[in-house]
Every structure is written in structure tokens, then in C-alpha cells.
Design a protein around this ligand. Structure first.
Ligand code: ZN
Length: 278
């Protein structure tokens, strides 16, 4: 269903670190991050974890060629690019795919993607992805303008770096801030504030819960409670929790969904295959 603003998102991967097809992930899903964004005439995919393969499955034969797609990569950790070598649309020269990702000192974005697809680690080199027409580096803070869509970026806090995105279309805004940890849990990180303040939807890193956080402090991920506090502080309309640690079970995610119902603000636990209209 398309909203009046013609701006909607679909979750194809909500799991961090490693794909987790397991009994305990059947309900919310086990694929690594990929978000489909439809904004006006634009088709964007944010991150290319294994969820990107599920996005492809949904397209019919007629829909899977002649496509223009912008892929935004938050960073090149495995779980955010591991779907790319299996992304069928990228092998079709009839598609026009542009990949945007962060500029990092000492590495080009293309070299990071090539390294993940170099024989003998993977039989098909990146250059054979004939549907990928451009790989564009963006410095954190640099913007991207697409047809009727404004995208802002900012550096977040994560080992090796990660950038977040704010996507604006038709007066609505989406902030995507996965793989992020505030330096101090009680203080909103300036990059995240810039992207998420007064946004309609904030997608936030909810890898852990506060109860487990001490074990993972400094790993570059956050908790659902910090996400809730942050959303309240920044005047976010809808908070979406995503990027779950592979050990988080469906029952535990159900319990988080229950708890947030009694809290202020609107909170959603991201589920693979679900669509949200802005
Ligand atoms: Zn990461």
C-alpha cells in the first residue's frame, strides 16, 4: 500500500552481525540489514546485508530489469555488504545501480567492496556486477540529492566508522542510524541528533537491552532503552528498533514490544517483510 506522501519503507533484514535462520528468529527474521525505501519515483536500498536477497525474491521477472536503484551503505562491515555478491539485480547489465558509501582514509569504497569478492574467497570479482554503474564515495556530512529526495549524512560512533542517513521527501523524514553507540548512554551523540531530531521515523540500533549492555560496551551498538530515551529527547514521532543481536529471540522481542506499548511515544519492533508508510 502506498501512502498519500508516496514514502514507505520495507524491512528485509533486521539482524546484526550474522544471518540467523533459526527457530528463535522465525517471527522477526534472521537476515542482516537491508531496508527498502520508496520515495516518490526513487527506489533506495539502505545496506546490503543478506536481506537484499529477500528484496529481490519479491520482484517478478518483469520488475527485475531496467531498474534504477540507489544503494546507501552505512559502512562496509560484513553484515552490511554480504548480500551484495548474491544480489541478482547487480548481475543484470540492464539495471542502473549506484552505490553510495562512506569515504574512509586509506581505502576507497570500491576497494572495500572488491576485497569482499576477490578469488579465491569468492569466484566472481566485483567488476562482473554489470548492473552496478557507479560507486560513489561520500564524506560524512555530505548530502545526496535525488529526484525530489534530499539525503543528509553524518558520522555515527562505531568501530571503523559508520554513517547515518536522513531522508526527506514530501515534508516527511526518515532517520536511519544502525550500528551506533552513544559515547555516553545518557548523552545523545551529535551526529545522531543532527539526523534524527524531529524526524517522523528513526530506525535505531537495538542490538541489546540495558540489562546486557555492560558486556558489550564499546562494541559500537546500542540498546532499545537508549533508543527510546533518545527518541523522546529528539521529538521523534515513531521509533523503530532494529539491528538485533543474533541471540535475541522472538519471545524476547515480543516482550520488548509489549513493554514499549506502556511507554510514551510510538515504538515499533522491526520485522522482516513489514512495510511502514510515512
Ligand atoms: Zn558494523
Amino acid at each position: 500500500m502506498t501512502s498519500r506522501t508516496n514514502f514507505e519503507i520495507t524491512f528485509w533484514g533486521v539482524r546484526g552481525s550474522v544471518p540467523t535462520p533459526a527457530q528463535h528468529t522465525r517471527k522477526y527474521g534472521g537476515n542482516t540489514p537491508c531496508l527498502e525505501v520508496r520515495a516518490g519515483n526513487n527506489l533506495l536500498l539502505i545496506d546490503a546485508g543478506t536481506g537484499i536477497c529477500r528484496f529481490t525474491e519479491r520482484l517478478t521477472q518483469a520488475q527485475n530489469q531496467g531498474l534504477s536503484i540507489s544503494i546507501l551503505l552505512s559502512h562496509t562491515h560484513w553484515d552490511h555488504i554480504q548480500g551484495l555478491p548474491f544480489f541478482k539485480l547487480a548481475f543484470n547489465p540492464a539495471n542502473n545501480i549506484k552505490i553510495y558509501g562512506p569515504k574512509r582514509p586509506g581505502f576507497t569504497l570500491r576497494s572495500c567492496l572488491e576485497a569482499a569478492m576477490t578469488p579465491p574467497n569468492f569466484p566472481i570479482p566485483f567488476d562482473l556486477l554489470a548492473g552496478i554503474k557507479e560507486v560513489i564515495e561520500i564524506a560524512p556530512g555530505e548530502g545526496i540529492e535525488l529526484d525530489g529526495v534530499k539525503i543528509s549524512t553524518a558520522e555515527l560512533n562505531h568501530p571503523d566508522g559508520s554513517i547515518g542517513f536522513r531522508i526527506e521527501h514530501n515534508g516527511k523524514s526518515l532517520a536511519y542510524c544502525l550500528d551506533h553507540e552513544h559515547e555516553e548512554p545518557d548523552q545523545v551523540h551529535p551526529g545522531l541528533r543532527e539526523l534524527a531530531e524531529n524526524s517522523d521515523v528513526l530506525i535505531f540500533d537495538a542490538a541489546y537491552s540495558d540489562e546486557d549492555y555492560a558486556k558489550f560496551k564499546g562494541w559500537g551498538h546500542s540498546t532499545w532503552q537508549v533508543g527510546h530515551k533518545t527518541a523522546q529527547q529528539l521529538g521523534v514521532k515513531t521509533l523503530v528498533l532494529s539491528g538485533f543481536n543474533p541471540d535475541l529471540t522472538d519471545d524476547e522481542l515480543d516482550a520488548i514490544a509489549e513493554q514499549t506499548k506502556d511507554m510514551t511515544g510510538n515504538t515499533i519492533v522491526a520485522k522482516e517483510g513489514e512495510t511502514l508508510a510515512l
